[in-house]
Design a binder for this molecule. Structure first.
Ligand code: F6R
Length: 243
């Protein structure tokens, strides 16, 4: 595990974008796993800038997003489909046929998730997976529980996650109660994983996840077992972490 601690959010975002750009330049047709949420927004802004400056090329890149809310269609501004287009895809030269996201409107969870796993496999697996981390240590929407999940699956969101995500909705009743998500297995099979964490309110969870025991009750802790894992965080998030 490699740890990079930056002064603030902007530096974290630049460090992450630089790492992603370097990997994209090494393998222009790479398979890139992407996350939503507020943490990677600055990273995506930097990647958009690099793309406009011709420092990075998305034309042959294939993407797979981690997760999507159940029941929200693409036009819904709170859907992750909308978020990714608004914050990245609509501003770079990506081939839109190469964008893959779970379809939260498909009522057949089994079919949707199995076909997502198959698409990832067919693409040759994920070369670089970008991750954020929830306040309770969740990665993608793998909430704290008693086991690690393998492939994509449907999850019921925990109260703390619903509360954390209500800021994006008009009121809490509108936050979807379930989502489709990649499993821990999908994430652990990525060749390289980069996680971004920002802010003092996640410092406790960072320490638990990366100084503590590897347990599914703190899902992110499993990344300690990944052999090419880079944790990039600002100094507030790192304030309770010991190197
Ligand atoms: C998003 C995702 C989530 C977020 C996590 C942190 O695709 O998979 O695990 O990374 O909830 O969210 P923010 O960055 O908003 O704190």
């Amino acid at each position: 595990m490699k740890v990079i601690i930056t002064e603030n959010y902007n530096e974290m975002s630049k460090a992450a974008a630089d790492l992603i750009a370097e990997e994209m330049n090494k393998k222009p047709n790479m398979v890139l796993g992407l996350a939503t949420g507020s943490t990677p927004v600055g990273t995506y802004e930097n990647l958009i800038k690099y793309n406009k400056e011709n420092k990075v090329d998305f034309s042959q890149i294939t993407t797979f997003n981690l997760d999507e809310y159940c029941g929200l269609n693409k036009e819904n501004e709170q859907s992750y489909w909308y978020f990714m287009h608004d914050n990245l895809f609509n501003h770079v030269n990506i081939n839109h046929n190469n964008i893959n996201m779970l379809d939260g409107t498909n009522p057949d969870a089994e079919k949707e998730c199995t076909s997502y796993d198959e698409k990832i496999e067919k693409a040759g697996g994920i070369d670089l997976q970008v991750l954020g981390m929830g306040h309770n240590g969740h990665i993608a929407f793998n909430e704290p529980c008693d086991y690690y999940s393998k492939g994509a699956h449907k999850v019921e969101l925990q109260e703390s996650t619903i509360n954390a995500n209500k800021r994006f909705f008009e009121d809490i009743s509108q936050v979807p109660r379930a989502s489709y998500t990649m499993g821990i297995g999908n994430i652990m099979h990525a060749k390289k994983v980069v996680m971004l964490v920002s802010g003092a309110e996640k410092a406790e969870t960072v320490a638990k996840a990366f100084n503590g025991a590897i347990v599914p009750q703190v899902p992110a802790s499993v990344l300690q077992l990944h052999n090419d894992f880079v944790l990039i965080m600002d100094k507030d998030a790192a304030s309770k972490f010991s190197k």
